[in-house]
Design a protein around this ligand. Sequence first.
Ligand code: ADP
Ligand code: F6P
Length: 467
Amino acid sequence: MSRLIVVSNRVNPPTGKGDESVGGLAMALAAALREYSGIWFGWSGKTTTEFTGQLNMQKADGVTVATVDLEEGDYQEYYNGYANKTLWPLFHYRVDLTAYDRSFGEGYDRVNRRFAQTLLPLIEPDDIIWVHDYHLIPMARELRRLGVTNRIGFFLHIPWPAHQLVVTLPRHRPLVEALFHYDLVGFQTEESVQAFEGYVFNEVGGERTEDGRLTAFGQVTRAAAFPIGIDAEDFARIKESPRATRVYDRLMAHSVFRKMVVGVDRLDYSKGLEERLIGFERFLHDNPQARREVMLLQIAPISRDEVEAYQDLRGRLDGLIGRINGAYADMDYNPIRYLNRSYRRDELAGVYRASKAALVTPLRDGMNLVAKEYVASQTPYDPGVLILSRFAGAARQMKEALIINPNSPEEISDALTRALNMDIDERRRRFESLMDNVTRQDVTAWRDDFVAQLREPTPTPALTRQD
Ligand code: ADP
Ligand code: F6P
């Protein structure tokens, strides 16, 4: 069988000890690569004064991890710049936070070129290459320029936004054209596929081929939805682990007369953290009897802290939490417990299980794996209730969650009331259906489906490419 080369900006095989940086991509790829003896290539997380292209190679769990350092200027323009000040906010519908500096786009293209040049010597003729996320959209074009003819697929972990948002990018055409150098382009949801097609058909006059692919820019590609999942088998194991049980017991002992609600997110403005807190405040306001009884545990590790929008959000959250705790705390009760740190996965499983409800309220999210992890950590005897934003990709699959609009404090408050008073039969019924989905559409199914479709032979280039 041909080797799989996975390419992503963040190459951070989780150790499971809570010391790795968090995020859905690293979690999913570590799980996906576990069964392939492939290569995982990307940024080392380190910067140098000058780019050397020096590969650092390590072997871990049958996976060869190959990383390269970034030059400081590249890191600023490509990672802090185009990736996190341009594409991330725009693709999450935050035009107000989007920076359109030309130098960011130049740095982005330069890093993609450098990554392609560094990866080139590792590629063997039969390898299939799978590139991930918005940092690396131009990778296939750069590899093709270097003569790589292997099959190359791309998966976008975040939403693809509406046509009218994409065109606010000064160089939107080359960005979209870059996707046509892949054999297969995967999105989290059908909604993203349709938004992408909307751009292709309406902005650049692209068409659908007879076999269902897309043609534009004189190229052909295939776009489809591949909803990502969690490593459900691994979660089933770790939720029974001694450490998960210890955390669960400890939290339960501290909340004998209390009900805990949990939120777990990178500290990111797309996650709807402020809206969640305001919804929780509304809940406390509307339900005086809940004031000493219900507490919110919000775990939010700091993310992308060199970007101003993230620093600002952190300041606003500190203020908001201070206000709510100031208004509703008592000598032996704090409504919100707020933690800016990472935890081991087994510890998180214990936290999820001890929580009567989870608030997963992003304003936009490609998928949201926390929603799936929360469900996977419950037991059929006494399952908690998932409250989920309609704007998370996960809401398309997890219909038995309490689906809310995170912009409405009243909807959040009502959903909390409903979740905390839900009878055991309804909780079980909802849990069983959600768990079935989390188990069936797990990370293995996602990987196998994508890789199988990427391997599928397509008509010869002479028949499909119009150049
Ligand atoms: P994103 O990729 O935008 O961060 P997801 O919800 O898809 O959002 O994935 C987040 C991942 O990061 C999940 O696997 C979650 O368990 C993990 N994570 C989030 N916060 C923490 C934390 N404090 N400690 C450990 N892991 C965390
Ligand atoms: O899952 C979305 C994502 O943007 C990943 O691409 C990324 O690795 C993760 O969130 C965490 O962000 P960062 O890599 O910037 O710390």
